[in-house]
Design a protein around this ligand. Structure first.
Ligand SMILES: C[S@@+](CC[C@H](N)C(=O)[O-])C[C@H]1O[C@@H](n2cnc3c(N)ncnc32)[C@H](O)[C@@H]1O
Length: 329
């Protein structure tokens, strides 16, 4: 079946990519659905709940690092230029970024904040919140997929771009996609630009797995939200309860991989695709990768994509790294 020639259904333009990706993922062997489709009104709230979970140490760690280093980063980012752009890929609700935004505004820094996110819902929320909380801040939100957003990095004299990629967003890339992403990013960066990345470190595998398998089941609902979205936006008839949520951690690769495993033989019909998909008992749908890095792997990734590490920063428990890169000269 071709999406473009299917005359029985009209897929709205803004749902076309979602429909195409769902069709490809459910026809593939093994099956997959991208975690970028977890995020809508409900998924954004679930992710905010995840950030507050006891097991999810990542947000607390990165928040602490920001409070420890906001002064130093202000000086680094503003040194030698009249103004800078803070361009954040996958900004979400910018909970931690607000530590920097508040500090930079207090210091009268001349900068523009450009949050980019695939979720229009979270961007609307963020835009309204920032207008209330930091009214002096100049904000230009952009709804886009990361890979379609590189043209927002523009060069101009006496200014620099700081690219933020926080909250272990990098972990959602397989190693080859990470190389592709940072290679493309590098081609848009000027010699004065910086990239600040939030990377979760390899550590006790039990701590890592618990962060993606919380006792309250919030992460399960978050993963299953992709099925709920398919039902709501594409007219699917998934029964989320017919799937077992099964996250795994491989300490060698550093990859948390999460799956939805079918409890029985089932067939799912998706109206917008005018198609049924068979899922066998105990067949899995791969939903999310969250890769953890060693310091060596971070340095290697920088080197392989045309960047050099300026410094690594961490929290008091050394759980999470914020690595600052600049383009290699
Ligand atoms: C794990 S959350 C982290 C949010 C934020 N960076 C933080 O540290 O709290 C990932 C964010 O990236 C967005 N996102 C996921 N995949 C994306 C993609 N392919 N393109 C753009 N945004 C994406 C999601 O909507 C979500 O807001």
């Amino acid at each position: 079946m071709s999406l473009t020639t299917n005359k029985n259904t009209a897929i709205p333009k803004n749902k076309f990519q979602f429909a195409q990706d769902v069709d490809a993922g459910l026809k593939s062997n093994p099956k997959y659905l991208s975690s970028k489709y977890f995020y809508d009104e409900k998924g954004d709230i679930l992710f905010q709940q995840i950030m507050n979970l006891e097991e999810y140490y990542l947000t607390r760690s990165e928040y602490e690092t920001f409070t420890l280093h906001k002064e130093e980063w202000h000086d680094t980012f503003s040194k030698g230029v009249d103004r800078f752009n803070l361009i954040e890929f996958g900004a979400g609700d910018a909970y931690k970024t607000k530590v920097l935004l508040n500090h930079f505004v207090d210091k009268n820094a001349n900068f523009n904040y450009i949050p980019i996110d695939i979720s229009g819902n979270v961007l609307d929320f963020l835009h309204k919140k920032l207008a209330q909380e930091i009214p002096k801040l100049s904000v230009t939100p952009i709804q886009a997929d990361y890979f379609k957003a590189f043209d927002n990095i523009k060069q101009s004299s006496n200014s620099r771009n700081i690219i933020l990629f926080l909250g272990s967003n990098i972990g959602n890339f397989t190693p080859s996609v990470a190389i592709d992403f940072f290679g493309k990013l590098k081609s848009k960066c000027g010699p004065n630009d910086y990239v600040l990345i939030g990377v979760d470190q390899k550590k006790d595998p039990n701590k890592i797995l618990a962060a993606y398998n919380d006792s309250k089941g919030v992460t399960e609902s978050f993963n299953k939200n992709v099925l709920v979205r398919i039902n709501k936006e594409l007219g699917g008839n998934f029964e989320p309860d017919n799937f077992i949520f099964f996250p795994t951690y491989n300490p060698l690769s550093g990859e948390v991989r999460s799956y939805l495993v079918s409890k029985s033989n089932q067939s799912v019909f998706i109206k917008a695709l005018n198609n049924s998909y068979s899922i066998k008992a105990f067949e899995s749908i791969f939903t999310e990768i969250s890769k953890k890095y060693s310091l060596d792997e971070i340095s290697k990734l920088a080197d392989n994509t045309g960047f050099e590490v300026v410094n690594h920063y961490t929290d008091s428990k050394n759980r999470f790294i914020n690595t600052l890169w600049k383009p290699k000269s």
